[in-house]
Write a protein that binds this ligand. Structure first.
Ligand SMILES: [Zn+2]
Length: 264
């Protein structure tokens, strides 16, 4: 009996069952399974410690480089083509915010990697880039070459235009996406001060909100009546007041005299 049980749950049997289940699943089921996996993974990664993240990435890198060192030219070409296709598919459906976030993450990653490297690593990186570039270019068709040079011309013009921010407020150009300029893209306000709980941007100095906990403001007094009841939000009058609060601030007589003011 125990032997039987072991054979039922043996890794080989489980793997075969998994293969069978997956072979029978519809496209939607497959997509749902992969989506759930991605969500679970990204949730798990949010809370993983730095060392664990580093170890995971280094294992990934080793596995990848092992697999790549044994692939044939055709396999390499097929892999790169699949990558390019899935990348361009993903990018064609991303929103402006997603694009901005992706580029920001790339920039941060790149600048982190570059600032922490030694001179030899930097030299090796530049050499690999040059080799990779010349390999790609030696195999490109005339159309690819033309398309690449066209893209480079557009990017060059765009970066030349966006790097000149001096007085650009006086020469606004609707074709320029100013929000991607490194001096403008300051990230989101998601850095929490450990002392006062204020949200700040990542490059703001640690002491700028409360001087590292030295400034402690007294708590605000509760507002007097009838304001206290009006801002509590738990009566119908209070809800009406909060919904129309701008009108009561701009036209306080309406509040005092109960005037009905009609739009227009
Ligand atoms: Zn603070």
């Amino acid at each position: 009996m125990p032997n039987n049980k072991r054979s039922i749950n043996s890794p080989a049997v489980l793997a075969r069952k998994k293969r069978e289940t997956r072979a029978a699943e519809t496209d939607e089921q497959r997509e749902a399974r992969l989506r759930t996996n991605r969500e679970r993974q990204s949730l798990a990664r949010l809370s993983e410690p730095d060392e664990q993240r580093e170890a995971r990435l280094s294992t990934d890198r080793e596995r990848r480089s092992r697999a790549r060192s044994s692939e044939t030219d055709e396999q390499r070409e097929a892999r790169l083509r699949t990558n390019r296709e899935s990348q361009s598919l993903a990018r064609s459906s991303e929103t402006d915010e997603q694009r901005e976030a992706r580029l920001r993450t790339n920039r941060e990653c790149q600048s982190r990697a570059r600032s922490s490297g030694t001179d030899e690593q930097r030299e090796a990186r530049l050499r690999t880039n040059r080799e990779c570039q010349s390999r790609v270019r030696s195999s490109e068709t005339d159309e690819h070459r033309e398309a690449r040079l066209g893209t480079m011309r557009v990017m060059g013009a765009r970066s030349r235009r966006t790097t000149e921010l001096n007085l650009c407020a006086l020469h606004y150009d609707a074709d320029i996406n100013y929000s991607t300029h490194p001096s403008v893209a300051i990230g989101i306000m998601d850095v929490l001060c450990n002392y006062c709980g204020a949200f700040k941007f990542k490059n703001e100095a640690p002491g700028m909100c409360c001087a590292r906990g030295k400034v402690k403001l007294p708590a605000l007094h509760a507002p007097p009546e009838p304001l206290s009841t009006l801002v509590a939000g738990d009566t119908s009058i209070s809800k009406h007041f909060l919904t129309n609060i701008r009108r009561y601030i701009v036209f306080p007589n309406d509040f005092i005299w109960g005037n009905e003011r009609r739009e227009g």
